[in-house]
Design a protein around this ligand. Structure first.
Ligand code: AMP
Ligand code: ZN
Length: 468
């Protein structure tokens, strides 16, 4: 299985740190508004990466944060006259609804930056002790030039960067030893949320948040760190500088970055007025269509969003769902149960599509080709399944279609109700998560069940559930 590593600028064979396991961290959104369709791209792409690892039998520990303290959140809170906390909580809940609609699996853990400040303060302390950071008037800066590998991810030359950055020096920043130094901790301004620290009452810089949350939930070394390509520099470059200096180890083995999503061949931006939220799309389309659209391109190619392409995606997805519906109809009306010799051979021929699907995904998650393999299977189903076939054979075709589309996170079997056993299992998992104080996971399970029409009620006698 090969994946493109931004660090080496090459496709590399995936070798996990620990056999059978993948530790993966994806930088999550800053929650000050509904997420836009650009934010949805890394969510869909890396959820698909996770699903394929799981399909291959890996146990994936998938951590993705919410940045819930930030200038944009504070600005929005001031505009609305509410607390920052209210803004971030509101948009985390909204984001989770959108993610559910796009069939993004709940993360193993969604840490919130504001709940991890203690660890960030500790990490900053370690960096100061090791000489990688210094404090000036309550602000702590990272001493960039001390980290010898700085620039290794973005392939930037430190000297070029330094001469470029120097001209950008603004007043108030001249207390830095070097223009390239970046903030680890900054003192509060009036009315801003703040936390205690040895340096000032204030808040952490954005980069240190991910270094700490990744370490806390996945350990000092992880397999994959991912996000959109705009995060390569400076965010991920700075994360490497922080984590590797503090922990004395290589931080992430593989760095994966998705290319950008544009609208009508232009960059999506508020000033151009072409900014689209996932919620807006959901008013027009099932979000499965958006997911299908995103996967129709390779994640490292820029992708253009347009009304025409969404229509084409809808038609493409319909073709797959129709094949599944047709199989269900045939299964219900099948005259015989057991698979015949001829059917065995016909089913064996589908191995070709599975191979095509897997080799596409093994080649740096080429979902565009994987989708083409699914279409090949659909075509095969449409010409090799009929009223004369046995239930068992039809079921096998159906299961295969579901198995492959599930890797892509596409639901082709909508009407299927969640079984009582599965509900009980999820409730048990939720109780265990609560016991372990993993409330985010517990909430995610409750939301997942709710999305399937299952309502939970916590009573003194235990958890009760009912179908809505
Ligand atoms: P932000 O909330 O800006 O930190 O972004 C959250 C995630 O969305 C990051 O991984 C970004 O790289 C990614 N992202 C933001 N805009 C786009 C876009 N137009 N296309 C693809 N990814 C994006
Ligand atoms: Zn990050």
């Amino acid at each position: 299985m090969k994946l493109y590593n931004t660090l080496s600028k090459q496709k590399e064979e995936f070798v996990p740190l620990e056999e059978g396991k993948v530790k993966m961290y994806v930088c999550g959104p800053t929650v000050y508004n509904f997420i836009h369709i650009g934010n949805a791209r890394p969510m869909i792409v890396f959820d698909t990466v996770r699903r394929y690892f799981e399909y291959k039998g890996y146990d994936v520990n998938f951590v993705s944060n919410f940045t819930d303290v930030d200038d944009k959140i504070i600005k929005r809170a001031i505009e609305e006259g509410v607390s920052s906390d209210e803004i971030s909580k509101r948009y985390i809940a909204e984001c989770k609804k959108d993610m559910d609609g796009m069939n993004i699996k709940p993360a193993t853990k969604n840490p919130l930056a504001t709940e991890e400040i203690c660890g960030m303060v500790d990490m900053i302390g370690t960096l100061i002790e090791k000489g990688y950071a210094y404090e000036k008037n309550g602000t702590v800066y990272y001493r960039t030039r001390k980290f010898k590998d700085y620039g290794k991810l973005s392939h930037k030359n430190l000297d070029d960067l330094r001469s470029g950055e120097r001209s950008l020096l603004v007043t108030g920043e001249d207390e830095k030893e070097d223009p390239l130094d970046f903030v680890l901790w900054k003192p509060k301004k009036d009315g801003e949320p703040f936390w205690e620290s040895p340096w000032s009452e204030g808040r952490p810089g954005w980069h240190i948040e991910c270094s700490e949350m990744s370490k806390k939930y996945l350990g000092e070394q992880i397999d994959i760190h991912a996000g959109g390509e705009d995060l390569v520099f400076p965010h991920h470059e700075n994360e490497i500088a922080q984590s590797e200096a503090a922990n004395g180890k290589e931080f992430a083995k593989y760095w994966m970055h998705n290319a950008f999503l544009n609208i009508d061949n232009r960059k999506m931006s508020k000033s151009l007025g072409n900014f689209r939220t996932v919620r807006e799309i959901s008013e027009q389309y099932d979000l499965q269509v958006l997911r299908f659209f995103m996967l129709s391109a390779h994640y490292r190619s820029p992708l253009n969003f347009s009304a025409d392409l969404m229509e084409a995606s809808k038609n493409g997805l319909d073709r797959i769902v129709n094949a599944a519906d047709n199989l269900k109809y045939l299964m219900k009306n099948a005259q015989t149960d057991t698979v015949t010799e001829d059917e065995k051979q016909r089913f064996a021929a589908t191995a070709e599509f599975v191979e095509k699907f897997e080799s596409a995904m093994d080649d740096d998650f080429n979902t565009a080709d994987a989708v083409a393999a699914v279409f090949d299977l659909v075509k095969y189903i449409n010409t090799n399944a009929g009223t004369e076939n046995s239930k068992e054979y039809l079921q096998k075709l159906f299961d295969l279609l579901v198995k492959l589309t599930d890797v892509l996170g596409l639901i082709v079997d909508k009407q299927e109700e969640i079984l009582d056993d599965d509900i009980e299992k999820l409730i048990e998992e939720r109780q265990a998560a609560r016991k372990a104080k993993d409330f985010a996971r517990a909430d995610a399970i409750r939301d997942e069940l709710l999305a399937k029409g299952i309502i939970l009620e916590d009573t003194r006698e235990g958890v009760k559930w009912k179908r809505a």
